[in-house]
Design a protein around this ligand. Sequence first.
Ligand code: NAD
Ligand code: TYD
Length: 351
Amino acid sequence: MKKIVITGGAGFIGSHVVRRFVNNYPDYDIYNLDALTYAGNLENIKDIEDKPNYKFIKADITDAAAISALFKEHAFDGVIHLAAESHVDRSITDPLAFVRTNVEGTLNLLNAFKELWAGNFNGKRFYHVSTDEVYGTLGAEGLFTEETPYAPNSPYSASKAASDHFVRAYGETYGLPYVLTNCSNNYGPNHFPEKLIPLFINNIINNKSLPVYGDGNYTRDWLFVIDHAVAIDKVFHEGKNHQTYNIGGFNEWKNIDLVRLLCKVMDAKLGRAEGESEKLITYVKDRPGHDLRYAIDASKINKELNWEPSVTFEEGLNFTVDWFLNNQEWLKNVTSGAYMKYYDNQYTNRV
Ligand code: NAD
Ligand code: TYD
């Protein structure tokens, strides 16, 4: 396996995957294919951009002809597909954008890969990175396993579910050698500040209100992004074809408890009196179709590939808060311009 294209490598998770592959596999040629949407930022990977085994390709996965031509030109042996529209709130406002990138974009990659290697898939691999949100919501009990039926509730999760189904169908119909992972909520450096943790870190720094949706009793299973990148590396190299692996943090938090912990950690780091940042918490109108609880049973990847998270939540959160405090220029750059318009539309009149 020599030439690997990683899609969405300028985004949050993709940048950590690109960095890991470029640094750990000097004998691979790593191509980072990204359209640089609002969520893509080459700053995220500037530390590796001069490495001889790294190339950036600016391309849009919704452009079938361009994607097909790029696959013919470079003959990629492996694909690690992360490019996506990834924010649930945006999917509620503009579902079609999610169909175009997450469904059509994935199909364009599948078709380009199939055209290139059909008849001889030997040693080739298509890795589709997906989310636990495809399984819908849990009640108070239970965990998502690889056998949990799909029941997506948001346009985002519906588009990811559709893409997962197409990947699986290409495996069954055309023998395309795929692996698929469904991961829980990630957090860490370079997380775009529209998602809960980085948004609230940014608001605490700037003394802005912390908009908790509904009663705040929604539960997510949080995983440090670098642990996700390690899992992707393992599944890419050691996972079995036509298999799904769930990836999770064994780390459930109710939103409101997480927000209180974050306030406490940040008060200490910012030299504020304990309880100061909690005063910023504001309960706002709930998200429509809001999934109550996500929690992953990651025992398959643990047993078969010997993967487990390497850091505790306290360690990961400390590291993350420090990263954001030390990279406020990055935060300022990504929260200027179009971000402010998004923020006003999303939160004005929501209280
Ligand atoms: P992100 O929004 O931070 O980054 C997405 C990247 O894809 C950006 O660099 C963007 O420029 C690029 N992109 C978007 N549309 C594109 C297009 N049409 N063509 C080419 N590039 C395009 O996303 P993320 O949070 O890093 O998520 C990456 C993947 O992991 C997604 O597939 C997402 O569904 C999945 N995932 C995310 C999480 C999470 O907690 N963030 C959890 C599980 C799975
Ligand atoms: P988010 O980071 O958008 O991830 P996802 O919806 O994919 O799980 O949201 C995490 C949780 O935090 C989710 O229950 C929604 C909630 N949330 C808020 O309460 N306020 C906010 O401003 C945001 C962005 C999210």
